[in-house]
Design a protein around this ligand. Structure first.
Ligand SMILES: NC(=O)C1=CN([C@@H]2O[C@H](COP(=O)(O)OP(=O)(O)OC[C@H]3O[C@@H](n4cnc5c(N)ncnc54)[C@H](OP(=O)(O)O)[C@@H]3O)[C@@H](O)[C@H]2O)C=CC1
Ligand SMILES: CC(=O)N[C@@H](CCC(=O)OP(=O)(O)O)C(=O)O
Length: 345
């Protein structure tokens, strides 16, 4: 199957190239750019020599629609809102990594992204690809909206508790930290080396664009869910997200009981690893892989459940989950091309 990547010169794009180069069923067919034409990818990224001999080419939506079987959109939010509708309706299935097709309410998109949304009817048909929880719909998707990096970590960590009603869903707090590659390759003062190195910052306090995405999915699982508190921090590392979630238990449970619930829930999911009790994950333990590692612990003094969830933002948080979804859309083994283990240390 022929796979193309738009936005191939960005961090999400090169992670797609890296993973697709090892894929047994997808061949990298073409890589597209909005700013470069006929420029070897290796001019930007020499480490891709022998992995991607293709040149970055000007985006040609008509050619992509007919020549590719799947196109991955790894462009900034705002750009996908107009590109995705142009790409849909042809031969190629569309997998969008941006935030543009995730929020079903276009008013929410305008409020949180402060950009013009894609057409509402188009968004309505896009399948939200939190893979572990939406496989049946992913199977038949022709346009797939890949979840955000923070929402992936947070939602996988909260799902068993929220769906089984074991926590008070009106009091959920998510405290999340991300490596700098989560902001993409573009520069900004926040990710300037001297500002970020040896430092630790909170940002977008109560304004993060992933708040409505997390709330949307939580409310699909449980309509009682109230607005969440979600804080994001910048870690002085390249890759990785840790989301720590806190919520009061709605009934008395031990750590062992919650652990059993989580382990049973994810026992058939190849990429979610529920850790043994008291073995809390670090971001390095999933780096470079499509794994999400989760730990749970009950604080008997406060009656709160603590859930820790870690992913690599560029893999399970972006390119890896996008390929996992594409595997399901094409009927391939869900793990195809994604069997690499974490790089440690
Ligand atoms: N980084 C991460 O961890 C995650 C990223 N995402 C999402 O994935 C998408 C890509 O992110 P990421 O790779 O990190 O970002 P980058 O900024 O690293 O790359 C985005 C690429 O998009 C291209 N681009 C820029 N403007 C436009 C435009 N107007 N039209 C078309 N293409 C454009 C640029 O390449 P060129 O100039 O060659 O066109 C650029 O290299 C974003 O929507 C992001 O929110 C989602 C989850 C995690
Ligand atoms: C570290 C960092 O800056 N991370 C980015 C993640 C953005 C992202 O992935 O954008 P989407 O909304 O398209 O999902 C942020 O917090 O905004």
């Amino acid at each position: 199957m022929k796979a193309s990547v738009i936005g191939a010169s960005g961090y999400g794009g090169i992670e797609l190239i890296r993973l697709l180069s090892n894929h047994p069923n997808f061949d990298l067919h073409a890589v597209y750019s909005s700013s470069k034409d006929d420029v070897p990818v290796t001019e930007e990224y020499p480490h891709l020599a022998d992995i991607c001999p293709l040149p970055l080419t000007k985006i040609d939506t008509e050619a992509i629609k007919t020549e590719s079987d799947v196109v991955f959109l790894a462009v900034p939010s705002g750009a996908a809102a107009s590109l995705a509708p142009q790409l849909a309706g042809g031969h190629a299935k569309v997998v969008d990594l941006s935030g543009d097709l995730r929020l079903k309410e276009t008013e929410d998109y305008k409020k949180w992204y402060k950009k013009d949304p894609a057409p509402k009817e188009f968004i309505a048909d896009a399948v939200y690809g939190l893979t572990e929880w939406n496989r049946e719909n992913v199977k038949s998707a022709s346009v797939l909206s890949n979840p955000g990096c923070y929402p992936t970590a947070a939602l996988l960590g909260l799902a068993p508790a929220v769906k089984n009603g074991i926590i008070d869903v009106k009091n959920i707090i998510i405290d999340a930290k991300s490596g700098v590659s989560g902001a993409g390759r573009g520069l900004s003062p926040l990710i300037h080396f001297a500002e970020m190195n040896d430092n630790f910052r909170i940002y977008k306090v109560n304004e993060h664009q992933h708040i409505p995405e997390i709330e949307q999915q939580l409310s699909w699982w449980n309509e009682e869910v109230a607005p969440i508190t979600f804080s994001t921090h910048l870690l002085p590392v390249s890759r990785g997200i840790m989301a720590t979630m806190y919520a009061p238990l709605s009934k008395e449970m031990t750590t062992e009981e919650v652990h059993t619930l989580y382990a049973d829930t994810y026992k058939n999911d190849p990429f979610v690893r529920v850790r043994p009790s008291k073995q809390f994950p670090g971001i390095k333990e999933v780096a470079g892989s499509n794994f999400c590692d989760i730990s749970v612990d009950v604080d008997t003094r406060t009656n709160r459940l603590v859930v820790v969830s870690v992913i690599d933002n560029l893999v399970k948080g972006a390119a890896g989950q996008a390929i996992q979804n594409a595997n399901i859309m094409f009927g391939f083994d869900e793990t195809a091309g994604l069997k690499g283990f974490p790089m440690y240390p």
